[in-house]
Design a protein around this ligand. Structure first.
Ligand code: ME8
Length: 632
């Protein structure tokens, strides 16, 4: 039995955050659950490293794109390690083997007659790496913006290769019809059906205005569209086409776990691409909702505070995992609220679960010399507990198998409530007082066994906690589903240890958030007029311009700043301007910037330029004005 699960491969334009961690943690939970249930699992994650957005981010960081991607990919890998994610492989789209597969795949689409050359005219959103039709874009203050991320879109008009996506509309509709669970949750499936019913347009699959991507086979002036490149990771990672034996073992993928905003790529474009090369579509796409943190959008303004490690340090890995599954209904949008997290920690984990273990092991220590007691004859209340367990297990498995993770966990906690009821109802402390050791032994045995069942069911969600519970209740067998299926797994007289509470409660009165509510000013990056006036902007005339030897990007300029004298500045504009064309231009510079050295040359200021995608243009002056003039 094989099980193949994937996360999106994350863009490396910025560091991983709680949003990317959410998908990866959920995928990890599913992967661990399937392994526990006896499947041979392949759990894939990785990074998406080509395209304009990454190129732009690398430029902004002043880094070579490959070097930039190498650094960021390491950060993702490190985070997953810190979060104890059990991915079996980490794919990067700049891996040679992946790039070869992308070319092979696209070549096959060409051979199958699904690619043609045409002119693309329309809008493009770089942050989403998405083409939008005129009818789809929105307008804000006279500017066209992306309907998804609401940032400005760019007009694109280029010769491109196109994929005949429209051709696959009817087959896709059939797939959706034949398998109502192809895309989940159902409200996300309905969105996709609406798109399909509205008809599909062919998709532009190459770009010519930059080079950071996989070259189009046979036409290297074109690079393959980053989404086409990225989606192919799901097959390149399992050996397509070089190792077809391995590929066939795992394909089609059992589930692509993604966020709702990239559903169209996974549920429509990707299956069509696969059909084009004669491969089966994935078995399922599960598009979960979006998280906010303490009511705020996850954005750069939240800064490093949303580094998932900060939460893990404060609350512990298992608590975060529990909270994400329990409080955010899997599939729907939700808020990662630290206050709710603390409430869950105190109530569900420390009280319901931790205290039950604590009370039980305390009594085993006191009355049975820290050894698992022997159970005696069962009474009706014991049978009631066993029935509750049978029903819990059946429902738990069916909920987990259908990705109803939140409900599955609720079911386990309903069982914990039953075990607490059983414990209180059988009054073991009275039995102890009365010296009824056989009955006491039975009650404690059943409670320990129930705790074993709870810790086995929650093993994929809270692995460290479960293993700690195993140790304390004397369970040393292998971790597999057999131990869930029968009652009475614990061996009498195996050692029990009564340790410190499993979870430490946090006092809500003194509780302090990891992420503080960011003020509106910070959120919108507002500055005051005083802040702005600190920047001394001046007009400067370029007197001398020459390339810096051995540098692709840097130009050395001598500029005249009038009253402020002459200065040297170094600017990264060599790829956009020839030095001789710069001489005589009136530009704008920051005159009060601390000097810095670049490639051994001192730069005594910074010129201003506008950059968009691959374009860079200097800020110049409309007409003549004396050098040194203040800009405000
Ligand atoms: O889209 N809440 O990469 P990406 C929940 N490279 N999940 C969130 C989230 C949030 N606030 N923010 C991000 C890409 N995610 C492409 C994917 S796949 C072939 C290419 C998660 O770095 C969620 O899974 O923008 C979302 O789909 C993904 O991160 C987007 O990651």
């Amino acid at each position: 039995m094989k099980f193949y699960i994937t996360t999106p491969i994350y863009y490396v334009n910025s560091e991983p955050h709680i949003g990317s961690a959410y998908t990866t943690i959920i995928a990890d939970i599913i992967a661990r659950y399937k392994r526990f249930m006896g499947y041979e699992v392949f759990f894939l994650t990785g990074t998406d490293e080509h395209g304009q957005k990454i190129l732009q981010a690398a430029r902004e960081a002043g880094k070579d794109p490959q070097e930039f991607c190498d650094e960021l990919a390491e950060k993702f890998k490190k985070l997953w390690k810190d979060l104890k994610i059990t991915n079996d492989y980490f794919i990067r789209t700049t891996d040679d083997s992946h790039m070869k597969t992308v070319q092979y795949f696209v070549k096959k689409m060409v051979e199958n007659g699904d690619i043609y050359k045409g002119r693309y005219e329309g809008w493009y959103c770089v942050p989403c790496e998405t083409f939008w039709k005129e009818s789809e874009v929105e307008t804000r203050d006279g500017e066209k913006i992306c309907p998804q991320c609401k940032r400005p879109v760019k007009w694109v008009s280029e010769e491109n290769y196109f994929f005949k996506l429209s051709k696959y509309r009817d087959v896709l509709l059939d797939i959706f019809d034949n398998d109502p669970e192809f895309v989940e949750p159902d409200f996300r499936r309905n969105e996709m059906l609406k798109i399909l019913e509205g008809g599909l347009e062919d998709l532009s699959i190459t770009r010519t205005t930059f080079k950071w991507g996989v070259p189009m086979p046979g036409d290297p002036d074109h690079v393959i569209y980053v989404w086409v490149d990225a989606l192919i990771n799901y097959v390149s990672a399992i050996g397509y086409p070089d190792d077809m034996e391995r590929f066939e073992e795992f394909w089609p993928a059992d589930v692509h776990l993604i966020g709702k905003e990239i559903n169209r790529f996974h549920s429509i474009i990707w299956p069509a691409m696969l059909l084009s090369v004669g491969l089966e579509p994935p078995k399922k796409i599960f598009a979960h909702g979006w998280l906010t943190v303490n009511g705020q959008k996850i954005s750069k303004s939240l800064g490093n505070a949303i580094d998932p490690r900060a939460f893990v340090e404060r609350y512990g890995n298992d608590v975060i995992r529990y909270y994400l599954v329990r409080d955010i209904v899997f599939g729907k949008d939700g808020d990662f609220s630290e206050e709710n997290l603390v409430k869950r920690l105190n109530a569900d984990l420390a009280n319901d679960y931790g205290n039950l273990l604590h009370r039980t092991t305390a009594m085993v220590k006191k009355h049975f010399d820290s050894k698992v007691p022997k159970p005696g004859t069962l009474q009706s209340i014991d049978n009631w507990l066993l029935e509750r367990y049978d029903e819990t297990l059946e429902t738990f498995i069916s909920l987990m198998d259908s990705y109803k993770l939140t409900e599955a966990l609720e079911k386990v906690w309903a069982f914990i409530a039953d075990v607490n009821k059983y414990f209180d109802g059988t009054k073991p402390w009275v039995l102890a007082k009365e010296g009824n050791m056989e009955r006491l032994g039975t009650v404690l045995y059943n409670t320990l066994e129930a705790l074993l069942k709870v810790s086995l069911m929650t093993l994929p969600i809270m692995p460290d906690t479960s293993r700690e519970v195993f140790k304390r209740i004397g369970f040393h067998e292998s971790e597999n589903k057999e131990h869930l299926e029968k009652w009475g797994v614990l061996k009498s007289s195996s050692p029990v240890s009564h340790g410190k509470p499993l979870f430490e409660k946090i006092d809500l009165e003194k509780f302090e958030r990891v992420v503080r509510t960011v003020s509106v000013e910070k959120e919108t990056n507002m500055i005051t007029i005083e802040d702005f006036s600190k920047v001394d902007l001046r007009v400067a005339k370029i007197l001398v311009a020459e390339r810096i030897p051995k540098s692709k990007k840097l130009v050395r300029l001598e500029i005249d700043l009038g009253d402020l004298g002459k200065r040297q500045i170094v600017a990264g504009i060599a790829e956009f301007y020839k030095p001789e064309d710069l001489i005589g231009k009136l530009i704008v510079v920051v005159a009060n910037l601390k000097p810095a050295k670049l490639m051994g040359y001192e730069s005594q200021g910074m010129l201003l330029a506008a950059q968009y995608g691959d374009d860079l243009k200097l800020i110049t002056i409309d007409g003549d004005i004396t050098p040194g003039a203040k800009v405000s």
